[in-house]
Write a protein that binds this ligand. Structure first.
Ligand SMILES: Cc1ncc(COP(=O)(O)O)c(C=O)c1O
Length: 392
């Protein structure tokens, strides 16, 4: 008898044969605009540490003092004995920041999306989902066993056609509930969902609207509350999901909305119910990060300036780069192998940008996903542009 685990090797070999084998790149020391890899300093151009908070002293101190006071683990789920003062304080801080009635913390954005969607949607629900939504949204819809209607990326007309077809008298699916879900800033493309139009359709067709603000929270909007703030949609979005592990430099995620929403999720979101809650120190870090984002608008300004500088610099080199105010800048190469070669040549010249290949992005759109942070200096960004120019 052959070892039953051996077929996994064939599967891996198949992935490798297509040039799609994934591997990790170890970073030594702290996250920052410059990191140590293999003993040398490189400029980090692919992290989501958008405001440079992950290594910030105030957050480190918040972690240390919370660990000293509350210990390092919560030792249970929130509904058993893992609901600690710092979890509730963080939820209070998130709701205050987002200007919502309530907020509920999840252990990660992945947990949040699979938990929220599978709690709200079931087999009688139509979920309308952008074709470039994050994998955690896709997995949430799968878990819900909902009827999925994937619309072309940012195609509002298609959303309206789908919703209209659910109302007609002819044959077709008549859902008991409709949920529209979209990233606000798309994680691999850095473009922004047409939220105003989508919110209008949600209102017109009486659908629940859920927006994933993972890459917008702390960045977009006058106060950094996200794309919902930027578009003035505070009353038009039922579920605002966001993460704490990107611009906030911490870890975890949340759903913000009404008390009805969070009460419901406490009772129905399995990824909230059946998991040990976040360590209290992580909650303390997130609360401190929210405070810093509120107190230091200059971080957002520095990020915005760096984004504009980098996008213009790349356009000047000849790349097709938009002027979206987001820190995610895709340089589409197309072929997966060439993308990885480009990435490793950049690393050889002291710039780390990981290559993104299928299945994370559609076939033929492999890319370097460049991200800019507030912590990059102009000198660093200038060097990155010089290196890319030299290779383009
Ligand atoms: C749009 C989007 N949603 C959700 C997630 C998941 O968040 P987390 O990394 O906290 O699990 C990510 C990030 O990876 C993301 O890009």
């Amino acid at each position: 008898m052959t070892d039953p685990i051996l077929p996994l090797r064939e599967e891996l070999d198949r992935i490798g044969g297509k040039g799609l084998l994934r591997s990790m790149h170890r970073i030594d020391g702290m996250q920052g605009p410059i990191v140590k890899m293999d003993g040398r300093d490189v400029i980090l151009m692919c992290s989501n540490n958008y405001l440079g908070l992950a290594g910030r002293t105030e957050l480190i101190e918040a972690a240390v003092s919370a660990a000293q006071k509350y210990g390092v683990g919560s030792a249970a789920s929130r509904l058993i004995s893992g609901d600690m003062a710092l979890h509730e304080r963080l939820e209070h801080d998130i709701a205050g920041f987002k200007k919502t009635e309530s907020a509920l913390v999840f252990n990660s954005g992945y947990h949040a999306n699979i938990g929220i969607i599978s709690a709200i949607a079931d087999g009688d629900t139509a979920v309308l989902s952008d074709s470039l939504n994050h994998a955690s949204i896709i997995d949430g819809v799968r878990l819900a066993r909902a009827r999925t209607f994937v619309y072309e990326h940012r195609d509002v007309g298609m959303v309206e056609d789908m919703l209209g077809s659910m109302e007609g008298k002819g044959p077709g699916f008549r859902p008991s509930r409709k949920l529209i879900v979209t990233d606000s800033v798309f994680s691999m493309d850095g473009d922004i969902a047409p939220l105003r139009e989508i919110a209008g359709l949600a209102r017109k067709y009486n659908a629940i609207l859920m927006v994933d603000e993972a890459h917008a929270t702390g960045i977009l909007g006058e106060h950094g509350r996200g794309a919902v703030e930027m578009f003035g949609l505070d009353d038009g979005v039922h579920v605002q999901m966001g993460t704490l592990g990107k611009a906030f430099g911490s870890f975890g995620a949340y759903a913000a909305g009404t008390k009805l929403l969070t009460d419901y999720l406490v009772n129905r979101a399995r990824s909230f119910i059946f998991t040990t809650s976040l360590p209290p120190a992580v909650c303390a870090v997130s609360s401190k990060a929210i405070e810093l984002v509120r107190q230091h608008p200059e971080l957002r300004k520095a990020l915005g300036d760096n984004i504009a500088f980098m996008r213009k610099g790349l356009r000047d080199i000849g790349f097709d780069v938009s002027d979206d105010p987001t820190p995610i800048i895709p340089l589409i190469i197309g072929d997966a192998e060439r993308t990885m070669q480009f990435s490793s040549s950049l690393l050889g010249k002291g710039v780390f940008v990981s290559g993104i290949r299928p299945p994370t992005v559609p076939e033929g759109t492999s890319r370097l996903r460049l991200t800019v942070t507030a912590a990059h200096t102009r000198e660093m960004l200038g060097k990155v542009l010089d290196v890319i120019r030299g290779m383009a």
